[in-house]
Design a binder for this molecule. Structure first.
Ligand code: NAG
Length: 348
């Protein structure tokens, strides 16, 4: 090399010059779109005219969902004091008393014909199933494997009885299982709720064992919620499986069961509720939801609205661009707009 001198003794082999490649020289093929006005306007228009119909179809599907919501936590408890503190302690006393009859009868009127399958949900508001210490209070190995019943790691404070026997299923989530029940009837004829197949398939087949049985469950002095049947394997007690798929948000619905007959408009549904679950200590709300579904699921206007708003904004932007383009067009790549051409004096 012409630059190497005798002192550095560098041979051409140890040269620091990189070998040529298209990658190091940044010569790889690349997409370099030129955003011409026509292309930009066309893109916005295409987005607009595809999103608005999608949004409208979501909204109309949501409109076709028939939904009955009944909040029963306030009406299903005797409220016999105007002093809030007294009322509060009376409610807690009522709900925690194992001996009182907590039956509560509600009547609902079907607003529109409801085609089967009709889904029955319970909705809890202000229930933080997503709290870190709650979510972690479980042991999946124990739920899956019958020989792991004493594996109660992570389950504190619901891991063992005071004498040391393990609780199966352990943990706070299982312990706080929802325990209100609903019995439906119309014209004094029972309206059966099918509770089979309400949990995830994978929960039934993999996550919970078909030979794991509950043991020592809700046997402590403070009962957190529903009980389990000891001689039915966990994976068939689907209410538990549904409950243990913890909700991400504090207001959530969980599937209770399915009604497999059509309900006609103006029919009167009598609901007998066993109002057991204690949401009163944290001012939570309880609602019974009876709803049909369509291809988008239950009632949900949000997605349709978002599609329409995004589509509308795109069309609006396209319109603005078109107007600007018509009023004040300028040729693409005009060098007179370059800063040094615009103001030559500022360039030395
Ligand atoms: C239902 O759960 C509550 C706690 O939320 C508990 O106090 C009550 O004893 C339970 N009732 C039944 C019948 O399991």
């Amino acid at each position: 090399m012409s630059f190497s001198d005798g002192a550095s003794k560098s041979s051409s082999k140890s040269s620091t010059k990189p070998t040529y490649s298209r990658f190091t020289q940044q010569e790889l093929p690349a997409c370099k779109p030129i955003l011409t006005p026509a292309l930009v306007m066309a893109t916005f228009i295409v987005i607009g005219i595809t999103f608005i119909p999608i949004g409208l179809s979501h909204l109309s599907a949501s409109e076709n969902v028939v939904e009955l919501v009944d909040q029963y936590d306030e009406v299903c408890i005797p409220a016999d004091s105007s002093d809030p503190d007294v009322a509060y302690s009376k409610r807690i006393g009522y709900i925690q008393d194992q001996t009182t009859d907590k039956t509560c009868v509600r009547t609902l009127i079907v607003p529109k014909k409801m085609k089967q399958p009709i889904f029955v949900y319970y909705q809890l508001d202000q229930f933080y199933q997503n709290h870190r210490r709650y979510v972690k209070s479980r042991n999946d190995e124990q739920y899956r494997d019958p020989s792991a019943s004493d594996k109660t790691g992570n389950c504190e404070p619901e891991a063992q009885l005071s004498e040391g026997q393990p609780i199966v299923p352990c943990g706070l989530i299982a312990w706080s299982l929802f325990n209100d029940t609903y019995t439906l009837s119309r014209n004094d004829v029972a309206l059966p709720i099918n509770k089979k197949g309400i949990a995830w398939e994978s929960d039934r087949t993999h996550k919970f064992g078909d030979n794991v049985y509950s043991k020592n469950f809700q046997n402590r002095s403070l009962v957190g919620g529903g009980k389990l049947i000891d001689n039915i394997p966990l994976n068939q007690q689907e209410d538990l499986l549904v409950w243990m798929r913890t909700a991400a948000l504090p207001n959530f619905r969980k599937l209770y069961g399915r009604i497999e007959t059509d309900l006609e408009v103006n029919e009167i549904i009598k609901v007998v509720i066993q109002n057991n679950y204690n949401t009163y200590s944290f001012n939570g709300k309880k609602k019974l939801v009876i709803s049909t579904t369509t291809w988008i699921g239950g009632k949900n206007d949000f997605l349709g609205m978002v599609y329409i708003i995004v589509g509308g904004v795109c069309l609006l932007i396209a319109l603005v661009f078109i107007t600007v383009y018509l009023i004040k067009p300028r040729p693409l790549g005009d060098p007179s707009y370059l800063s040094w051409n615009k103001n030559p004096a500022s360039v030395q």
